[in-house]
Design a binder for this molecule. Structure first.
Ligand code: PLI
Length: 459
């Protein structure tokens, strides 16, 4: 075993614990059958280690909990809003803040303001809710991420980068006036949590300035992206996460944020922009969809927890331990020869199910099967990101996506190194008996977003 040494540890200690139910193999077998072999349909009480998502699943600090006791639950002008506003301005550098209940609330408002019917929104790979709001506002998403991002084996360190030639082609084809903004995510989720480099972002800024096109930043996992810049990009290893986050944002014109990830809260989000006109319109619209502009669907205590969480999220010690834990798990998986997406990203490990179960045709759902088998082995819950998630085309045919993955998403500050060991050991157990694993057939298929509620049977 190599690469397992950690010369650092978590910058916190544990004051309160949440007890977990330990299940037996027969109990898990029953629970899985009742859930139609779909991990989304399992009851959380039947799960030992829950890696379904890193969204809203963070452990808050004692300071955040103390802050919640200081919630000012006024309908208008809550002091917690002004605290949050100050923190967002100082930490992220954007001028104007509109709080929302979570990320997609901000995406809805921003898309409605900036996108007109027939517009094109280029971006570095889609995200489900972001693209849907762009489409609902009358726009069409166009992928301009570099080709390396679509290749699980390619080890390029900044697979979140944009290919400027792809963007140039779109501008030539449709004209800059049809492109209200470029949608840039840091730590690109669907690519495996892959970062964009500052060099690429700087180039993109220069290019878009020439064409007078905005850059809107999906800032959901910006601190994790900043960590990869600090570790891997030339000239940044002496800069703090705080400085890098500020620099990333300085090359963009506004952001949408799901604070349920990086910012260490269980609920919350916001929209932040530098243009007064866009802010004014957003401030009008937020009262329609979310709530008054000084709470945006959140309680005062939620805004306070977020303000404190943002401060904690950009600490170098925090982010080194956070991404360090993900890398620890990834290295351990690789030591067991388990095929994973490389390089290891910021928020989870993505296992390549096509390589793990090569004898199962994609039509028999290798990633869904693997997620089910992982749960059976030790009660670890993961998520399918393959043919089931991809759904069907307009003509009814299944998409057969190149990537057939199982996502092991790591909640922040929740699990220990021993939990990571159990996850890797359990995955290795399943890997050892992989030749005996059979695929599945779908016996119930919902019309929309089938991965949430589909049911399966073993072949
Ligand atoms: O879940 P929301 O509405 O707070 O945020 C939506 C959202 C926007 N952008 C990105 C990059 C996300 O990852 C995201 C939500 N992600 C979820 C729920 C996940 O499990 O990855």
């Amino acid at each position: 075993m190599k690469n397992l040494k950690r010369s650092w540890a978590e910058p916190y200690k544990i004051k309160m614990v949440e007890l977990l139910k330990m299940t037996t193999a027969p109990q898990r077998k029953k629970a899985l059958r009742e859930a139609g072999y779909n991990t989304f349909l399992l009851k959380s009480d039947d799960v030992y280690i829950d890696l379904l998502t890193d969204s809203g699943t963070s452990a808050m600090s004692d300071r955040q909990w103390a802050g919640m006791m200081m919630g000012d639950e006024a309908y208008a002008g809550s002091r917690n809003f002004y605290h949050l506003e100050k923190v967002v301005q100082e930490t992220y550098g954007y001028k104007y803040l509109i709080p929302t209940h979570q990320g997609r609330g901000a995406e809805n408002i921003l898309s409605k303001i900036l996108i007109k019917n027939g517009d094109i929104i280029p971006g570095n790979m889609y995200f489900t809710t972001t693209r849907l709001h762009q489409e609902l506002a009358g726009g069409r998403f166009e992928d301009i991420i570099i080709d390396e991002a679509h290749d699980a084996e390619n080890e390029f360190p900044f697979k979140g980068n944009v290919n400027l030639a792809k963007l140039d082609k779109l501008i030539k084809k449709y004209g800059a006036a049809k492109i209200p903004y470029i949608s840039i995510a840091t730590s690109v989720n669907m690519a495996g949590g892959q970062p964009i480099s500052l060099a690429n972002l700087k180039e993109l800024r220069a290019f878009t300035k020439k064409h007078k096109i905005r850059i809107i930043h999906d800032m959901t996992r910006v601190a994790e992206n900043a960590y990869f810049i600090q570790q891997k990009e030339k000239g940044y290893n002496k800069k703090s996460i705080k400085e890098i986050v500020k620099e990333i944002n300085a090359y963009t014109d506004g952001c949408t944020m799901s604070a349920k990830k990086d910012a260490l809260v269980n609920i919350g989000g916001f929209l932040a922009v530098n243009e007064w006109d866009v802010f004014e319109e957003a401030r009008n619209m937020v009262v329609v969809y979310e709530g008054l502009h000084t709470y945006g669907g959140l309680a005062g205590r939620d805004m306070e927890a977020m303000a404190i969480g943002i401060g904690e999220s950009v600490s170098d010690d925090h982010i080194r331990a956070r991404v360090g834990q993900v890398i620890y798990l990834g290295n351990k998986m690789m030591d067991y020869n388990i095929p994973i997406v490389k390089p290891i990203g910021g928020h989870g490990i993505f296992v390549d199910a096509k390589k793990f179960l090569p004898h199962i045709p994609q039509g028999n759902f290798p990633a869904q099967t693997l997620a089910a088998e992982l749960y059976l082995d030790a009660g670890v819950r993961t998520m399918e990101r393959g043919i089931v998630s991809a759904g069907r085309k307009a003509n009814g045919d299944n998409y057969f996506p190149k990537l057939e993955l199982v996502r092991f998403t790591i909640p922040r500050r929740v699990y220990t190194q021993a939990h990571m060991d159990v996850i890797a050991e359990s995955t290795a157990n399943v890997y050892e008996r992989r030749n005996k694993i059979k695929g599945m057939k779908m016996v119930y298929e919902p019309k929309y977003l089938r991965f949430f509620q589909a049911r399966f049977e073993k072949l």
